[in-house]
Design a protein around this ligand. Structure first.
Ligand code: HEM
Length: 145
């Protein structure tokens, strides 16, 4: 299903961009001890949460329809996958599920905090970790190559 892959591929730019913005915004808010404002801070973190969940859903569909996802594991077996194939079928999907779980935890922790600096800190750490995990397992060569 080429269309799902194309969608996932273009959506990745948007997701990475908004995640980077959300992490930078949370870091400057945390370290600068800023006030957590609804219009900017809540909005950028919520957008990042929603867009990464949409990417998660597209990714899950892709995992089941793509020849490079579950089908590759079924055809070759876990041990039969070489490194690039394992990246696409195993490492990228599972690392990103974990990353988006971390982002979701950061979001719900920030909501429970009353202190503005603690809100920024929760988002900075959990979204930041999630972003690093995502960046560590992007199939860069296939995507941009
Ligand atoms: C924020 C999270 C994610 C980002 C930024 C992301 C980004 C990408 C990118 C850039 C590619 C390469 C596309 C191309 O070659 O044009 C890709 C491929 C892929 N992604 Fe994701 N992805 C994310 C989450 C997920 C998740 C959660 C899953 C599955 C559960 C998933 C499954 C896949 C699969 C199976 C491929 C290989 C598709 C193929 O080669 O046919 N992705 N992803």
């Amino acid at each position: 299903m080429e269309i799902v892959k194309t969608l996932h591929s273009y959506f990745a730019y948007i997701v990475l961009l908004i995640l980077i913005l959300a992490v930078i915004n949370a870091l400057t808010g945390w370290l600068g001890k800023k006030e957590f404002r609804f219009e900017k801070d809540l909005r950028v973190s919520l957008f990042a949460l929603i867009l990464s969940h949409i990417q998660l859903l597209i990714g899950l569909v892709l995992f089941f329809v793509s020849a490079n996802g579950l089908k590759a594991i079924q055809a070759l077996g876990m041990g039969g996958l070489n490194a690039p194939a394992r990246l696409l079928a195993v490492e990228h999907p599972f690392t990103n599920i974990l990353a988006i779980a971390l982002i979701t935890i950061g979001w719900s922790r920030h909501k429970k905090k009353t202190d503005d600096t603690a809100k920024f800190k929760s988002i900075a750490i959990f979204y930041g970790l999630g972003l690093l995990l995502i960046l560590s397992r992007i199939p860069w060569g296939q995507w941009l190559g």
